[in-house]
Design a binder for this molecule. Structure first.
Ligand code: 5GP
Ligand code: ZN
Length: 285
């Protein structure tokens, strides 16, 4: 590849190296515009910030910290600026990600921020530039859930599939030692918990245990009788019921009981994913 920084990294072009580790290289900029002007580059080629994966960026920033810290502690500087030019209009001339590090001293008169004043009202600028998160159509959130267990108790898994707008989110998990009912409850809980704001949700579950507790309002009885059943036994899974009750206070839930293992595509997918979780948790055991 014809990339000048890749050539520097490979040693085909010499440079004044400041620091090197297995992932990054820091060397002096050839421009000599400022004493100590340093470039930090990842060894893995990527053209700019947007093309660089998070872990590579993190490694680069760690080197920025290391070099900057060294300049301040050991080389007589008070601070430093870092600059990344992204795109040609921003002044990027070499298309291999690089972070400029300019060491600074009090009174060095380097004026890196000589930008022209812009008089536009900031509210207007905000309107133009702000990131508006996509609105979720509250009336159309659909949540399918399922739980499964190998043995009861045994290793278990759950899954929640959320659908809103044209998007889908799949959440799954499990436990090495649990029950089928706990997994059914956790399926619903994990799906509702994933919603960032109070919403109207149609919940579809094949668990009569979960759905009927709400549709037939067993819950009110349990709460009124200090979590004892009509048969004077302690209600199982109180921790999860309480969590679910709280979530049903936050969201407006409409419960739907579906027939399990029938030809409902989403219910079957939930079942499949919950079962694959069981396999993971069996291994943990
Ligand atoms: P950019 O303008 O893309 O943000 O920065 C590229 C920087 O790379 C410039 O500051 C330029 O001086 C520096 N540069 C370009 N070629 C070489 C080179 O061969 N060796 C070194 N050390 N720096 C270079
Ligand atoms: Zn390169």
């Amino acid at each position: 590849m014809d990339c000048i920084f890749c050539k520097i990294i490979k040693g085909e072009i010499p440079c004044y190296k400041i620091y090197e580790d297995s992932d990054c290289l820091a060397f002096l900029d050839i421009a000599k515009e400022a004493y100590g002007h340093t470039l930090i580059v990842p060894k893995k080629h990527s053209s700019c910030l947007m093309e660089t994966d998070a872990s590579t960026l993190q490694k680069c920033m760690n080197v920025v910290k290391k070099v900057g810290d060294h300049y301040i502690k050991n080389c007589g500087y008070d601070g430093f600026n870092i600059i990344i030019n992204n795109g040609e209009s921003a002044g990027q001339s070499v298309h291999h990600l690089h972070i400029h590090l300019i060491p600074r001293k009090k009174g060095d008169c380097m004026g890196l921020w000589h930008l022209p004043i812009d008089e536009t009202d900031l509210a207007e600028v905000q309107k133009h530039l702000q990131i508006v998160e996509e609105e979720v159509d509250d009336n159309k959130i659909v949540l399918y859930t399922d739980g499964a267990c190998s043995g009861n108790p045994g290793a278990g898994g759950y899954c929640a599939i959320l659908r809103y707008n044209d998007k889908e989110k799949v959440i799954s998990g499990g436990d090495a030692e649990t029950t089928n009912n706990r997994m059914e409850l956790l399926g619903v809980i994990s799906g509702l918990k994933a919603l960032k704001k109070s919403s109207e949700v149609d919940v579809y579950s094949d668990s009569a245990y979960v759905v009927n507790a709400f549709l037939e309002d067993w819950i009110s009885y349990w709460v009124a009788h200090n979590w004892m059943t009509k048969g004077k036994k302690e209600v199982a899974n109180v921790d999860l019921w309480q969590e679910l009750i709280e979530l049903t206070g936050t969201h407006k839930v409409v419960w739907h009981k579906v027939k399990g293992h029938a030809d409902n595509e989403l219910n079957n997918r939930c079942d499949e994913i919950a079962r694959s979780e069981i396999e993971k948790y069996k291994e943990i055991k």
